[in-house]
Design a protein around this ligand. Structure first.
Ligand SMILES: [Zn+2]
Length: 69
């Protein structure tokens, strides 16, 4: 790959190295998490490394990953 940007920023969601395909995220999952946070107006840059605390967000919406109707 030749993205002449030198260093790429880490994934803003989980701080893992980002992947070009999902830039600036590391995976489609993190991109989806970010999108959902923007949509719900609850975007906060996580200071932790774990993804297991997403349920602790005020419960504005009753779902997290159940995208199917
Ligand atoms: Zn990530």
């Amino acid at each position: 790959m030749s993205i002449g940007l030198g260093k790429s920023k880490p994934c803003p969601i989980c701080k893992k190295p980002s992947v070009a395909e999902f830039h600036p995220f590391c995976s489609a999952r993190c991109a989806d998490v970010d999108l959902n946070r923007w949509l719900t107006g609850a975007y906060v840059i996580p200071a932790r490394d774990d993804e297991a605390t997403q349920d602790d967000e005020d419960g504005a919406l009753g779902y997290n990953e159940d995208d199917n109707i």
